[in-house]
Design a binder for this molecule. Structure first.
Ligand code: ATP
Ligand code: MG
Length: 232
């Protein structure tokens, strides 16, 4: 048994576009069962980082290791072979298909999804585009969790959602993590991130700073302009 087995080990990772770095030399490690936040102001490079770990963008430098395997293939390969799941900023649901049809396309078991989010059952035949934002995000998350991923990347889980939906989704994430899922969450809502993440990283000025605990993360963020804080 390797007590240090990591769901994600990104080493000396430099991400960006057209060989121009957005964030350089990042080191991100996440163990099974951990929820880790990735914070930073608009344009800091959070989505670029998540998309590079997911295989949507090629890294400029460095390596991404998922569950002890260095990966370089596509998102689809990382999802099917390496236990990755991704919830993008856009949620990637097919608006013209019903909730059930969306699950079928993703080969996700409806029973598993309704186990996590029973409230979705009554809208199973509704077109996904007609679901509320919270329901759409539950569909996106439920679809991921139903495939038993080892690592979930979530970009802006709470964006545009009601406090009740955010709490509901947060509870589901915490429950999945307690069953072993590793989570990297990009989040603009600092209090929400701090309430469920045990530690985090802050992207700023092309670098990544690590914070060892949620408290430290809060201190690091407070009084700075590193996030779009309402009191800034
Ligand atoms: N396709 C692209 N080509 C070139 N530059 C890009 C591309 N997408 C994003 N960028 C630039 O990369 C930088 C980081 O963008 P990114 O979307 O990763 O930031 P973010 O931290 O996710 O911001 P937000 O909080 O607004 O979602 C920004 O300066 C952005 O303009
Ligand atoms: Mg973003």
């Amino acid at each position: 048994m390797n007590a240090l087995a990591l769901a994600l080990d990104a080493k000396d990772l430099t991400v960006g576009y057209n060989q121009v770095p957005v964030i350089s030399n990042m080191n991100i490690q996440i163990a099974a069962g951990e929820i880790v936040a990735l914070l930073g102001r608009n344009g800091a490079g959070k989505t670029t980082t998540v998309n590079t770990i997911a295989g949507l963008l090629a890294p400029i430098d460095g390596t991404v290791t998922l569950a002890d395997k260095v990966v370089s293939g596509s998102l689809n390969r990382r999802v099917t072979k390496h236990g990755l799941a991704l919830i993008t900023e856009e949620r990637a649901i097919i608006r013209g298909l019903t909730l059930l049809e969306n699950l079928k396309v993703a080969k996700a078991s409806p029973a598993r999804v309704f186990e996590v989010f029973p409230e979705l059952h009554e809208c199973r035949n509704r077109k996904a585009g007609l679901l509320s934002g919270g329901q759409q995000q539950m569909l996106a998350m439920g679809r991921c969790l139903a495939t038993d991923p080892k690592l979930l990347l979530v970009d802006e889980l709470s964006f545009g959602l009601s406090p009740r939906s955010i709490e509901r989704l947060g509870t589901a994430l915490v429950r999945a993590a307690s069953a072993g899922l590793a989570v990297l969450m990009v989040e603009q809502q600092l209090p929400f991130a701090l309430s469920i993440a045990s530690r985090g990283y802050v992207a700023s000025g092309g670098r990544l700073q690590a914070a060892a605990s949620s408290d430290e993360l809060g201190r690091l963020m407070r009084g700075t302009d590193l996030v779009n804080a309402p009191d800034a």
